[in-house]
Design a protein around this ligand. Structure first.
Ligand code: C2O
Ligand code: CU
Length: 588
């Protein structure tokens, strides 16, 4: 007693005042005290590493691959002081899925939100995490994600808040693909005539670990490869075992940082309950296997209700492209079994790579959980983007409405804010394509397209629809999956369809009742996907295919809204070179 002071005051008044303090003010004070600034000092450099037991070079952060996991609570501020220790190239880091409300200069997109951080310089990323969920971060310059620049970012609910589901423990899986050819070599191939495609990856990695040519599965079926695997099985490529207790529920957080691969994930004998997609809750649904495309994240609940005397495989395999990459594997280890006890049944097999009906069925089950914000009923503007593979001066490119994106040297955020008229194309990029005459089932009749770097200027607070229209690539009978990702916003996925989108027929089929809110969505081969978002976040935002070589070949567009509303952009977000150098000079 007596913690709330005052002696000569009416006891009733004191009582009431204590009540007010305890029940009204304290929680507020605690809430704001609860929010923290989490500081990180990171250095990016190349390092020798063996992600799949074969030594290579990776882009490491503070000597680690994958980079350190950031874990924060809603309301926290993340502050990352990023120093570029690469000797000959710039670097940036994008916080994938974080909307950067009020901090567009911290989005980490080279040429869009900032200049690349030069060798030796430091940039301070400071932003708030305002929504719980499973996210990740990655390089956003050239092909630095393929080079291994990525890590997990997990945002927990604020103190005292509850998830709409229960679980006893958590496991975090960051998925990626890995090539033995380094990314500079890959990049040159993409920009050479004749074109050299990067090809399928050599390995799939789970938390940065895979086993090239000595797969765990091989180890399971033949003893000869065991010694081979042990020889090469350095600490760096040994799978991260998933330790679980029987009869518990685990939340598996899954995020895909792949450069190319669409993945299917399955766990031997176990079902999974999907509960989160891209940091938004979904109506729970049960699956045997789950499709996850580059740029997407999910949470699934796993109940350890199988025979506890066994361990089980968790496998990932390639979907949507003829697989030439072995499955990625790790083991679900039931306590108290030894982790080295191999499962009695073979790893789950990935559904046939081109069984698109399977993928569509999965995708169509993803619906928003009740309570998720609903989309506005009408749109103010509709942008239709035809996705095609094209040729420019003999070079192979990807284009949207026949424009292939080439980023300008001066970042858009500053050039729009300060009206630098010659920093990028001032005319609007095309809103549509010749939908009546274009046959999306055939290679383009005229494959020539043009380079461009124009911006779709969106009216602040307007509702924008984007219809992504897939088509045939340059070769006949080829249409690929493209996972599209939007920066700065979540969008509602209003629907998917086959063939050419028709406003008359398809409009009324769009889901305005419970469309999932996401930051990534795919287009199926020869199909379309309809998205809606509100342009309510001042800044300049990339919207692009998350397949890194595709983006590099021009598969993206730029949106901007409300830039004039930003009062100040920090200097280091505007200038290339000078300010950054001064900044890092002060630190050293
Ligand atoms: Cu994860 Cu612009 O990307
Ligand atoms: Cu693509």
């Amino acid at each position: 007693m007596g913690t709330t002071c005052g002696s000569k005051i009416d006891p009733l008044y004191r009582y009431v005042r204590a009540l007010v303090i305890c029940f009204i003010l304290l929680p507020c004070i605690q809430l704001s005290l609860g929010a923290k600034t989490r500081h990180f000092k990171w250095e990016v450099e190349y390092k020798y590493w063996s992600p799949d037991c074969i030594e290579n070079i990776v882009m490491a952060i503070n000597g680690q691959f994958p980079g350190p996991t950031i874990r924060a609570k809603v309301g926290d501020t993340i502050s990352v002081e990023l120093t570029n220790k690469l000797s000959t190239e710039g670097v940036v880091i994008h916080w994938h899925g974080i909307r950067q409300i009020g901090t567009p200069w911290a989005d980490g997109t080279a040429s869009i939100s900032q200049c690349a951080i030069n060798p030796g310089e430091t940039y301070n990323y400071r932003f708030k995490v305002d929504k719980p969920g499973t996210y990740f971060y990655h390089g956003h310059l050239g092909m630095q994600r393929s080079a291994g620049l990525y890590g997990s970012l997990i945002v927990d609910l604020a103190e005292g808040e509850k998830e709409p589901f229960y679980y006893d423990g958590e496991l975090n899986l960051l998925l990626s693909d890995w090539w033995h050819k380094n990314t500079h070599d890959q990049e040159i191939g993409l920009f050479t005539n004749p074109f050299r495609w990067v090809g399928e990856s050599q390995s799939l990695l789970i938390n940065g670990r895979g086993q090239y040519n000595c797969s765990l599965a091989a180890k399971f079926s033949s003893n000869t490869s065991i010694s081979q695997c042990k020889l090469r099985g350095t600490e760096q490529c040994a799978p991260k075992i998933l330790h679980v207790l029987p009869n518990k529920t685990y939340r598996l957080r899954l995020a895909s940082a792949t450069s190319l691969a669409s993945l299917s994930l399955a766990i031997g004998n176990h079902k999974m309950l999907v509960v989160e997609a891209d940091g938004n809750y979904v109506q729970p649904f049960e699956v045997d296997d789950l499709d996850i495309y580059s740029g997407e994240s999910y949470s699934v609940l796993l109940t350890t209700n199988q025979d506890p005397s066994n361990n089980y495989w968790l496998s990932i395999g390639v979907r949507g492209r003829l697989p030439q990459t072995p499955q990625g594997l790790t083991i679900l280890n039931y306590h108290p079994n030894s982790a080295s006890k191999l499962p009695i049944s073979a790893p789950p097999v990935t559904p046939v790579w081109n069984d698109y009906n399977h993928s569509k069925a999965f995708t169509n089950k993803i619906l928003a959980l009740m309570g998720t914000p609903k989309p506005p009923i009408n749109h103010d503007r509709r942008i239709i983007l035809l996705n095609t593979q094209n040729k420019i001066d003999g070079y192979t490119k990807w284009a949207l409405n026949n424009v292939s994106l080439v980023l300008p040297p001066t970042p858009y955020l500053g050039s729009i804010k300060y009206g630098l008229k010659n920093a990028f194309d001032q005319k609007n990029p095309p809103e549509n394509f010749d939908s009546i005459n274009y046959d999306v089932t055939k290679p383009p009749v005229n494959p020539n397209s043009t380079y461009g770097n124009g911006v779709y200027m969106l009216g602040f607070n307007t509702t924008v629809d984007v219809i992504l229209q897939n088509a045939n690539a340059l070769s006949a009978n080829v249409s690929e999956i493209h996972p599209w990702h939007l920066h700065g916003h979540d969008f509602w996925v209003l629907g998917y369809g086959d063939g050419k989108f028709s406003a008359d027929k398809d409009e009324k089929k769009l889901n305005l009742k419970n469309p999932p809110l996401r930051n990534s969505a795919i287009i199926f081969p020869y199909g379309w996907t309809a998205l809606r978002f509100v342009a309510d976040n001042p800044g300049v935002w990339a919207f692009h295919c998350h397949i890194e070589p595709h983006l590099h070949m021009g598969m993206g567009v730029i949106f901007a809204e409300g830039v004039d509303r930003l009062s100040t952009i920090p200097n280091e977000g505007l200038t290339c070179g000078l300010t950054g150098k001064m900044f890092s000079g002060q630190k050293n």
